[in-house]
Design a protein around this ligand. Sequence first.
Ligand SMILES: [Zn+2]
Length: 110
Amino acid sequence: MIYNSCPDCRKKVQEEPAGYRCESCNKMHMTMLPTYMLNAKVSDLSGSVYIQFPRELGDPIMNGMTAREFQEFKEQSGNDPEVIRNFLNDNVLNKVNISITNFSSITKFL
Ligand SMILES: [Zn+2]
């Protein structure tokens, strides 16, 4: 749900002993940005579809919590799946439901 991204292009980077390699920029970086990749299942009468919320769009959906802050929260919770699930229920799923009401505005981002 969180991946390590290139500070320049926000694509996924590979962690290597010397740093983080971005295939897209063909560069090694000393730092990376943790970035959300959120998936939501949206159902209506005609069936269901999975939406992937890319990159920057993850931050507003996560209640303004950045991916780095979320990673810290996960570590503090000891990666307890129960705590994380409750947190997501409280903070994310409500948000996504609100966004789904405005589905047409989401699709503009995709
Ligand atoms: Zn890059």
